[in-house]
Design a protein around this ligand. Structure first.
Ligand SMILES: [Fe+2]
Length: 161
């Protein structure tokens, strides 16, 4: 079964390709990928910047990670956690009805990252390309569907007068 067709991998057909490009090239963020909230867009751009550095270094090396690579793994994990908390703070503030489900998706991803990174640092996960593909896939799908849905709700329920 094609995983992308799974019900929880809802995709926005008009922008999924602009993020995807080739499976193993850097993610290119552009305005089409906006979730409609400039603060969150800025954080997504920063996340992409860190991810692209991580992808570049991990795919161009093998074996146990260098200290710089370990730093980068920690950096993206820390930034991901901070960013998720910020999204959840805004969702709670605006009474987003699917916040529990959204928070669970964040938590699941955080745990996956933590576990995989632990294995990379221990030298037990050598197929870095699979890890990078998993992270890329999750981020693209999540931001283009779940985040967009949440921030569209917040935008339409916020008083803009
Ligand atoms: Fe999110």
């Amino acid at each position: 079964m094609n995983k992308k067709r799974n019900s929880h991998y809802y995709q926005h057909p008009q922008n999924i390709h602009s993020l995807y490009h080739k499976a193993m090239s850097p993610i290119h963020w552009n305005e089409d990928n906006s979730v409609g909230n400039s603060h969150i867009d800025q954080q997504h751009m920063e996340w992409v910047r860190i991810f692209n550095k991580l992808e570049d270094t991990l795919l161009n090396s093998s074996g146990p990670p260098s200290s710089e690579q370990v730093e980068l793994l920690k950096q993206i994990l820390d930034f991901t956690r901070e960013h998720f908390l910020e999204e959840e703070r805004i969702m709670a503030l605006h009474g987003y009805p699917n916040i529990v489900r959204h928070r669970r998706m964040h938590k699941d991803f955080e745990l996956q990252l933590y576990e995989k990174f632990r294995l990379v640092i221990a030298g037990e996960l050598v197929l870095h390309s699979e890890l990078i593909a998993m992270i890329r896939h999750w981020f693209i799908n999540h931001t283009s569907s779940e985040d967009r849905r949440a921030f569209e709700f917040i935008h339409t329920t916020t008083d803009h007068t």
